[in-house]
Design a protein around this ligand. Structure first.
Ligand code: GLU
Length: 305
């Protein structure tokens, strides 16, 4: 009998555009990490935001990744097929009294951040501070809430940090995760990161429009897919603090994390999905091979040190 792999990771793009060089760079980290130890790397499609995700981009993901030479177990997990799971997780947090409705229409602030889990690049590669003020508004009164519900006003669900603190008791200050970093000699350096549970304040964990959030769907799926190692970009380092809180509340294990640097252009900016010239699709059409893609990536990273 074959023993199950002890290293299980995932590559989890959102189909909001065609994959580009930055994705090829990130995919290589995840797929290579698994390959190096005889583990598995799943492909997961994070498409809970139906307004931004497009079927054409979704179909192109597997096609481009196969072209690059990566493979993964089937079936691919597509988050839009599993809304009921995320609803259940939310219901559990609700039953524990840890979430509250938020009717705020500060759309720009709230939704912009929640739609893009990525934080702007900050100096160094272990950004810990979120790029927005944490929300600490707290719940409104039951009376106000009833009125707004009667009006049919849409609402999001926020995680109450004050209640989480009470709920977790002494564990609140003991939360931590293991971060592995590739060191210059290609070995792995392990660091234990102490979690700052309220780094994001009362974060939205179920959006008004999608009824879930990247955070909730991500921690649920990592547990469901037995992910032992999360290999992803540094822009998601900070949200790991919140993810560990959610994992602890929901009784999910905390995986080991490996946050890798992001591929940046000559100006130090992240490659944007809207920049067609760096999409794998475009480069393929131009006659480039997967070897050319990785050679270009190596060149881009080499001259930046
Ligand atoms: N879906 C996220 C993205 O588009 C990745 C989330 C993760 O790896 O945790 O990059």
């Amino acid at each position: 009998m074959k023993t199950p792999p002890s290293f299980i990771t995932r590559f989890a793009p959102s189909p909001t555009g065609y994959l580009h060089l930055g994705h090829a760079f990130a995919a290589r980290f995840a797929f290579e990490a698994a390959r190096a130890v005889g583990g598995v790397c799943h492909l997961r499609i994070e498409d809970t935001d139906r307004t931004r995700c497009k079927p054409a981009f979704d179909a192109a993901i597997a096609d481009d990744l196969h072209w690059l030479g990566f493979s993964w177990p089937e079936p691919v997990r597509r988050q839009s097929d599993h809304r009921a799971d995320y609803d259940k997780a939310l219901t559990r947090l609700h039953a524990m009294g840890l979430v509250y409705r938020c009717f705020k229409t500060r759309k720009e602030v709230i939704e912009a951040i929640d739609r893009a889990p990525h934080l702007p690049l900050t100096k160094g590669d272990t950004a810990t501070a979120p790029q927005k003020p944490p929300f600490t508004g707290g719940p409104i009164t039951t009376g106000e809430e009833m009125d707004l519900m009667a009006e049919g006003k849409p609402y999001a669900w926020r995680l109450s940090m004050a209640r989480c603190r009470d709920h977790l008791g002494a564990d609140w200050s003991r939360l931590a995760f293991r971060e592995e970093k590739l060191s210059s000699d290609q070995g792995l350096k392990t660091q234990i990161i102490t979690v700052v549970p309220d780094l994001f304040g009362d974060e939205i964990i179920a959006r008004k429009d999608t009824h879930t959030s990247y955070h909730l769907a991500c921690v649920h799926d990592d547990a469901h897919q037995n992910i032992s190692h999360v290999v992803r970009g540094n822009d998601l380092f900070a949200v790991t603090h919140l993810h560990v809180v959610l994992q602890t509340l929901l009784g999910y294990p905390t995986p080991i994390y490996r946050h890798h640097p992001l591929l940046t252009d000559d100006h130090g900016e992240r490659l944007a999905k809207r920049n067609q010239s760096v999409t794998l699709r475009h480069l393929r059409e131009m006659g480039k091979t997967p070897e050319d893609i990785f050679a270009r990536i190596d060149e881009m990273t080499a001259h930046r040190g």
